[in-house]
Design a protein around this ligand. Structure first.
Ligand SMILES: C[S@@+](CC[C@H](N)C(=O)[O-])C[C@H]1O[C@@H](n2cnc3c(N)ncnc32)[C@H](O)[C@@H]1O
Ligand SMILES: [Zn+2]
Length: 267
């Protein structure tokens, strides 16, 4: 059993309905959809942190249409290969749950700072546990998980190392340099090639395996092109001109370039 901890005082939580609570009487309601909001006011940097309802809905529509199926398949193969006996998996920054819902383990937990995302995830998959929480302060006891995923989300290496067991794995999935270059060339006047460390050294981890997946896909209608924009971080930084240019784009053929880093947790 995974032990959750109170985000306010760090004491163990008793996971009961209608509310989880700790011995210091901090209490967190279980929502109708089954998720629990463990994000405290001090951990929020805005009223609605993380991806908005519009972004989450766009991501769900895009992912459910199957365009990123190859990413999910590679993920499943790597988890099977590097953590075949994993009993517990945590997806940090799980979004609306597309990837975690396709993995198999007795304990599957997803956390995201966006309440909207977690609500969608809880509706998608009833047999996993979903929490609103920040990856910077994970509400789990030390050494809880056999496998941790961060899919296009942030890496909080100290916190990830804390909640992982010894000899567990951390699977980090990053956008490669050429990821969605067609989308970028529509929305930015000049595409700056920013140097990005795609295989970072992480304290407490050893890089065991890296691979890059590339595949092409074609979006045949305007609504799906918009979905692609809104599921990416470009939605946060797009200019008015960029948004207008994409508004006039009825079809788009693009390439996904995705980097998978498998790290072993080491003392
Ligand atoms: C690009 S999305 C990826 C979502 C999902 N992993 C996927 O690939 O479909 C990044 C996610 O990280 C979440 N996020 C941002 N900051 C976070 C934090 N501090 N802790 C947890 N999640 C966070 C966002 O709300 C968003 O759902
Ligand atoms: Zn407490």
């Amino acid at each position: 059993m995974i032990q959750t901890i109170c985000p306010v005082c760090g004491k163990p939580l008793t996971m009961e309905k209608p509310a989880w609570h700790c011995e210091n009487r901090h209490s967190f309601d279980v929502a109708r959809q089954g998720y629990v909001n463990l994000l405290t006011v001090t951990q929020k940097h805005s009223l609605h942190p993380g991806d908005s309802q519009k972004m989450v809905a766009a991501r769900k529509a895009f992912l459910d249409a199957g365009y990123y199926g190859p990413i999910a398949q590679t993920l499943c193969v790597l988890v099977q290969q590097f953590a075949p006996d994993a009993r517990s998996i945590l997806d940090a920054g799980c979004g609306e749950g597309y990837y975690l819902s396709q993995l198999d383990a007795p304990e599957r937990w997803g956390i995201d700072i966006s309440k909207e995302a977690v609500r969608y995830a809880a509706v998608r998959e009833k047999n996993a546990r979903w929490l609103t929480a920040t990856a910077a302060h994970l509400p789990f006891a030390d050494g809880s998980f056999d496998c941790l995923l961060s899919m296009f989300a942030l890496t909080a290496e100290v916190e990830f190392a804390r909640v992982l067991k010894e000899n567990s794995i951390f699977l980090q999935v990053l956008a490669g340099e050429k990821h969605l270059s067609a989308l970028k060339s529509v929305i930015y006047p000049t595409v700056l090639e920013r140097e990005k460390d795609l295989h970072p050294r992480l304290d407490g981890f050893r890089l065991l395996h890296e691979e890059t997946l590339r595949f092409d896909f074609s979006l045949e209608d305007h609504a799906m092109v918009q979905n692609l924009l809104y599921m990416t971080p470009h939605a946060w930084r797009i200019s008015r001109e960029g948004a207008l240019a994409l508004e006039q784009t009825a079809r788009l053929s693009d390439t996904a370039e995705v980097v998978f880093n498998v790290y072993g947790r080491q003392k």
